[in-house]
Design a protein around this ligand. Structure first.
Ligand SMILES: [Zn+2]
Ligand SMILES: [Zn+2]
Length: 269
């Protein structure tokens, strides 16, 4: 069985984990090591089962706890080379495993795939974790726009954690200076609810059983607005799974993730 934990998501920290066969892989560590441990314990995720820490990019809300956690747990950090080159001076003795379009990393029962994203960081990536039991979880946030590579990476997955950062009208009326609004809405910024809905409708397939909306802006979005934008699009695409909205301050999960075939088909086979 594969479980997904979303320990928190938003501009003040992002961290989730995929657990299978008694081991777990952390995806982003955007809280202090102590806070990641506290949230893991609250959600029922055994911190000593973490086999590695995959990072989407070096921004503090995704990576600030990675060095301490990697060293404390003696586990590798899995990032794109450009991300590692920014983080390496702070990483102490932590080891690095590269990922990217041409590099996958095998960590215990997990195979970690990645592709570049459009965001204002050194070498940001979206990540897909595949497990030995046929489940696959994609994590994509801090997306200025959904590139062809991201749209391809997110196909045929069991579960997707996707940024639904802002409502476009709320962003325009937020009081943010125009330059900040442009950065958030621009191709190096963050995905709107509407763009998230379109991307999810595009990559939807019958095996998609879990969708988690993540990295919501506190000023320019609400869980209800994100859900209202995405749920109808998913429903029209035929989605019959679970739709969750991640919270900044409280962990979500564990959420059970089914293999892509789906339980009925597996039984029929
Ligand atoms: Zn970022
Ligand atoms: Zn972020």
């Amino acid at each position: 069985m594969t479980k997904l934990y979303v320990l928190g998501s938003g501009s003040r920290g992002n961290c989730c984990a995929v657990e299978t066969e008694g081991m777990a892989l952390l995806i982003d560590a955007g809280f202090s090591a102590r806070e990641v441990e506290r949230r893991a314990e609250a959600a029922g995720l055994a911190i000593d089962r973490i086999a590695g820490i995959a990072l989407t990019h070096e921004h503090g809300d995704h990576a600030c706890g990675a060095a301490r956690l990697a060293n404390r747990l003696s586990v590798p950090v899995i990032t794109a080379p450009g991300t590692w080159s920014r983080l390496a001076p702070m990483m102490g003795g932590a080891s690095h495993r590269p990922i990217g379009l041409c590099a996958q990393a095998e960590i215990g029962p997990f195979m970690v795939h990645a592709c570049p994203t459009s965001h204002d960081a050194a070498e940001p990536v979206a990540i897909v974790v595949r497990t030995g039991n046929g489940t696959s979880v994609g994590v994509a946030y801090d997306l200025g726009r959904p590139t062809a590579a991201v749209r391809f990476l997110l196909q045929n997955l069991s579960a997707i954690v996707l940024e639904a950062n802002h409502d476009e009208v709320q962003l325009r009326t937020s009081g943010y200076p125009p330059v900040v609004q442009q950065r958030i809405a621009g191709s190096g910024g963050h995905l709107s609810n509407r763009a998230a809905a379109a991307l999810l409708a595009e990559v939807h397939h019958p095996g998609l059983s879990v969708v988690v909306l993540a990295h919501l802006s506190r000023l320019c979005n609400t869980a209800a607005d994100a859900r209202a934008a995405v749920a109808p699009a998913l429903r029209r695409a035929g989605f019959g799974g679970e739709l969750h909205v991640a919270e900044q301050d409280e962990p979500l999960g564990p959420i059970e993730v089914c293999a892509v075939l789906g339980p009925q088909l597996e039984l029929a086979l």
